[in-house]
Design a protein around this ligand. Structure first.
Ligand code: GAL
Length: 418
């Protein structure tokens, strides 16, 4: 290229007449948000960046909970070709940071005051050895019951169940009337989502802390954990025969269209409700899984920023900055079903379920009952998490006794720890 041409190209670029090189003003983002509500949330991020002249190269890997996305990400990074950013859950941020794959966001975090607006429990994953390595976009709560009030009323059930006795009694009644009580997708992460909710619901916050966060053998083999597996067995009887392998959003759709009465799922299900133009808390009710009031299990979606070349860093920093901006956090989380990771955002425009979650988060933070979700990568490192989840799924899909399940779980967890 001759000097004159080069100069005029630069001049044209600086006047905004032509785009600069693709790599410089684009971000490539790997994520697993492909359901209706999830895709709508991605669109909010994409449009926000486009309004700042940063292009969006989409790298969506379908599969709720992110199992497939994790594999694709690994392949890309191992091949020396990381995306600009990757969606990931808490423990995965640590793993990638430990391997030295993530960039440093300290400068932007300091300029924009992230330290003061992100809750400590989330910061514990967004930072690695005091350095910011990932931008948290939301806070999800996995232990909700989503129920169809019309279906409940038609079957003589006044309100969503608030105890396990009520839950089981309502489910039996629904089943006797030919309604599917529990919409469920038989995928390991969905089984685990129910399991951790039952652990918290039957055992309480201290038991969750001991049996899951501390992986305490005595707690894992306790009578309480046996009761958890008993309840899992009971709930296995409340799902329809076609539950195996079903995607979570299809299970949500069963509640929305009245085919099933309830789903136990994180508040990404609220994203589906909003996408279907229904009102959460009115058309579809949100209630906490019995016994979990007063506690808050959380999972946050982070966008971890990979080490990329100098030419890509400006766009990457714009992505990080956009993610934490209060205006964006509000719009994004209204669409996604979660609540903001930036605590400065007011709850004014959120629906009843969102407002409850925001208030509950603060209360749980001060009560010491805010804990990481095991099913969603904030409770245990991935190998230990897998040990728990494998046993949960095996138990759910066989006639394994609760006694065998707790023994198996204790052994698998102990093995995975070493
Ligand atoms: C969770 C994630 C949510 C939602 C869900 C289902 O792990 O945090 O944002 O995407 O999986 O795909």
């Amino acid at each position: 290229m001759n000097r004159y041409f080069k100069l005029s190209l630069l001049a044209a670029a600086s006047l905004g007449l032509i785009g600069t090189a693709q790599a410089a003003d684009e971000v490539e983002v790997l994520h697993w948000w492909t359901s209706g509500g999830e895709a709508a949330a991605v669109q909010v991020l994409k449009e926000d960046l486009e309004s700042k002249n940063v292009g969006w190269q989409d790298m969506a890997v379908a599969g709720g909970g992110g199992d497939a996305a994790r594999t694709t990400l690994k392949t890309r990074v191992t091949a020396g070709d990381p995306p600009t950013a990757g969606q990931m859950l808490g423990m995965a941020v640590r793993d990638w940071a430990e391997q030295g794959s993530l960039g440093n966001l300290n400068e932007i975090a300091a300029t924009e005051g992230w330290e003061d607006v992100v809750p400590s429990a989330v910061k514990a994953f967004a930072k690695y050895e005091d350095d910011w390595v990932a931008a948290p976009v939301n806070i999800h709560r996995p232990h909700w019951v989503w129920s169809n009030p019309q279906v409940l009323a038609d079957n003589g059930i006044d309100a969503p169940p608030s105890s396990w006795e009520e839950f089981n009694a309502a489910a039996e009644k629904l089943q006797a009337n030919g309604v599917i009580p529990l919409a469920h997708g038989g995928q390991p992460w969905q089984d685990a989502t129910i399991f951790e909710a039952v652990v918290l619901g039957l055992g309480g916050a201290d038991f969750y802390q001991k049996s899951i966060i501390e992986a305490d053998e005595e707690a894992i083999t306790s009578d309480t954990m046996k009761a958890v597996f008993d309840q899992m067995r009971t709930m296995r009887g409340f799902v329809d025969p076609n539950f195996s392998g079903r995607d979570w959003n299809l299970a949500t759709a069963m509640v929305l269209n009245g085919e099933a009465a309830m789903q136990i799922m994180g508040d990404w299900a609220k994203g589906e409700i909003v996408a279907a133009e229904l009102i959460p808390g009115e058309d579809i009710l949100c209630s906490l899984v019995p016994g979990t009031e007063g506690s808050f299990l959380f999972n946050t979606d982070f966008f971890a920023m990979f080490n990329v070349g100098d030419d890509k860093q400006a766009a990457q920093m714009q992505l990080a900055s956009s993610i934490l901006a209060p205006g964006f956090q509000e719009t994004f989380n209204l669409t996604k079903g979660s609540i903001p990771a930036n605590m400065q955002v007011s709850d004014e425009n959120f629906d009843l379920c969102g407002q409850k979650s925001m208030a509950d988060l603060k209360a749980a933070e001060s009560a010491g009952t805010l804990m990481g979700s095991l099913a969603h990568g904030h409770g245990q490192p991935s190998a230990v998490q897998a040990a728990y989840v494998d046993v949960v799924t095996e138990h759910f899909n066989s006639d394994m006794s609760s006694e065998d399940a707790v023994q198996k779980m204790a052994a698998a967890v102990a093995d995975a720890q070493f």
